[in-house]
Design a protein around this ligand. Sequence first.
Ligand SMILES: [Zn+2]
Length: 176
Amino acid sequence: MGARRNSHKAEQLASDLGLHLDSKAKGTYLLLAKLDRSRQLCVGKLGIYPFPSGWYAYAGSAMGSGGLSARLARHLRAEKRMHWHIDYLLAAAELRASWHIVATARLECAWAGALMGLVNAQIIVRRFGASDCRCHAHLIYLGDGPRYQEISEVLASASRDQGIADALRLLTCTRY
Ligand SMILES: [Zn+2]
C-alpha cells in the first residue's frame, strides 16, 4: 500500500497501480472498500452516521478533463482535502478494488441501482454521493465478503441495459 502516499502525478500513479488507462479516458467507476470495524463517521454536510463493519461499493463517474486515471488516483491517495462524500468513508476504510468502464454514457446511477439487487445490499446513508440525481444513494453496503465475480456480472448487466453491448469485455477490475 506504499503507493497510497505517492506524490507522483495522477497519471503516473494510475499507471503504477496497473490501471492501464489513457490519461484522458472518461467513464464510470466503482470503488470497493472495506471498513474493519463499525464506526461513527461524519459525512460532510450529511451529518454523522453509524457505519457497520464490512464492504462498501461506491459508484461514480469521471467525465472531466482529468478523466478516470486522475479520479481513481485521487481516490487512492491517502492525503487530500475532504471534498466528496466518499472522501470521508475512504479516510476510515481501505480501498481494495475498483472497476471501470470507458464510455461516454454516465452509468453510475444504473450501477448503484443494480447493486441493490445483491443479497444483503443496504443503503446506510441516504443521498450519499447522489446529490445531483434521483438515486437513493451511490454508496451501497454489501455486508460481508467482496464477491468480485458477482459484482462484475451485475455491473456488466446494468451497462448492457444502458446500451453498452460488449460491457463485460470493456469492464476492468483492479485489486489493490
Ligand atoms: Zn444516481
